[in-house]
Design a protein around this ligand. Structure first.
Ligand code: ATR
Length: 269
């Protein structure tokens, strides 16, 4: 039986095993998928040992995505640009390959699942950590009119702008001087984990504006609640992104694209 796992720490709360098991059942794949707690100092050994012993693929989550980027011998373009890897597998020649499916997951959830356009729209992206870095290339590929990046630590946003400057001109703002209305506001900070919202104002919520939180919870996240209370036309949490990035990893490994909506429905209920 083919063997897959998600590795990170903490990992007990991960929904990835449930998602991949539903994908496997739906597409009739003979495979197992577990969640395994792996600490930072054991990461390299675990990964090499997993593949040496016939493992087929790994998802990598917090806090190991950058370590996985460094350990991979072969990087797919999206992983290279993101500087982070969430999907590992072996090539036919035995090279350890790294890919990043987070950005594809985000874009697919926004555009395909929720029917929200990115092309020619004005985007506000909040945050400048790994979640944002992993998604920016995929957003840029959809050709938004503008991207404004706002982050508590402005220097990090400026560094991010430099990383992507060859592909798109990114406007960097601070929360204090943020102006204008946006069509799509994406929260890529970790603030919802502590029930907080980024310091943007309702002035930023344009007519027909969609707000997207990369975090998710069983109830509305703090940012989703804020968006609903401040005039957003759509307020969406990151569960769809999670399922879509998983589907894209599954496709890398198995060559089959599972249907995501039945899985989303199960998780929502
Ligand atoms: P991840 O990999 O999940 O993106 P990260 O790299 O630690 O995690 O980034 C977390 C993001 O949330 C950053 O943009 C961070 O802002 P800073 O770059 O200024 O640290 C943002 N963030 C976390 N706590 C915050 C807070 N209390 N107020 C504003 N932004 C916060």
């Amino acid at each position: 039986m083919a063997r897959y796992a998600v590795i990170g720490t903490p990992i007990a709360q991960s929904k990835s095993p449930a998602i991949h098991r539903m994908f496997a059942e739906q597409t009739k794949q003979d495979m197992q998928y577990e969640a395994i707690e792996v600490a930072a100092d054991n990461f390299d050994f675990f990964v090499l040992d997993f593949f040496a012993n016939g493992g087929d693929g790994l998802n990598v989550t917090v806090p190991h995505k950058e370590r996985a980027y460094r350990i991979a011998n072969q990087l797919e373009p999206l992983a290279k640009q993101a500087g982070a890897v969430n999907t590992l597998f072996q090539s036919a020649e035995g090279a350890l390959c790294g890919d990043n499916t987070d950005g594809i997951g985000l874009v697919r959830d926004i555009q395909t699942n929720n029917g929200i356009a990115i092309k020619n729209k004005n985007l506000l992206v909040i945050g400048a950590g790994g979640a944002v870095r992993g998604s920016l290339v995929s957003l840029i590929r959809e050709k938004p009119a503008t991207i404004t990046l706002v982050n508590r630590t402005k220097e990090k946003a400026k560094k991010m702008r430099e990383l992507f400057s060859a592909k798109q001109n990114i406007e960097v703002a601070s929360f204090e001087n943020l102006q204008g209305e946006f069509d799509l506001i994406i929260n890529g900070t970790s603030l919802s984990l502590s029930g907080e919202v980024p310091a943007i104002t309702p002035d930023q919520v344009g007519t027909d504006c969609s707000c997207y939180d990369m975090m998710y919870d069983n109830e509305d996240t703090a940012f989703v609640s804020w968006a609903k209370n401040n005039g957003a036309a759509n307020a969406i949490d990151g569960l769809g992104m999670l399922v879509e990035q998983a589907a894209e990893s599954f496709y890398r490994w198995r060559g089959i694209r599972p249907e995501t909506s039945p899985v989303m429905n199960v998780l929502r209920n």
